[in-house]
Design a protein around this ligand. Structure first.
Ligand code: FES
Length: 104
């Protein structure tokens, strides 16, 4: 777990933004299971965040039984629905619909 101090690059005279990396599998199984929509949702949701977010696509991540699969900051997420992705983005403070999710 990163401490608050580790997120701050005080010695260099600047404060680093929080960083996240998402890699969406666009292999055959994951595409059939909807990873294309997940990739679009991620790109859309992360457009206006103040955090540094990188969203990319990859060939098969080797977890086809968990399609659609996404790697989030090095952690495998499997059987990801659009709703689950929204909740995860909300948890990370990256979703533009965060307020809407909190109402339900
Ligand atoms: S096709 Fe996505 S993990 Fe294999």
């Amino acid at each position: 777990m990163a401490s608050a101090a580790s997120k701050l690059n005080v010695g260099a005279g600047r404060v680093d933004r929080e960083k996240h990396v998402f890699v969406v599998c666009t292999g055959q199984h994951c595409l059939k299971a909807g990873s294309g929509e997940l990739l679009s949702d991620l790109k859309h949701e992360c457009r206006h965040t103040s955090a540094e977010v990188r969203v990319g696509a990859s060939g098969c991540l080797g977890h086809c039984q968990l399609a659609p699969a996404i790697m989030e900051d090095g952690r495998m997420m499997g059987v990801v629905s659009r709703r689950r992705l929204q909740l995860e983005l909300s948890r990370l403070g990256l979703s533009s619909e965060r307020r809407n999710l909190n109402r339900h």
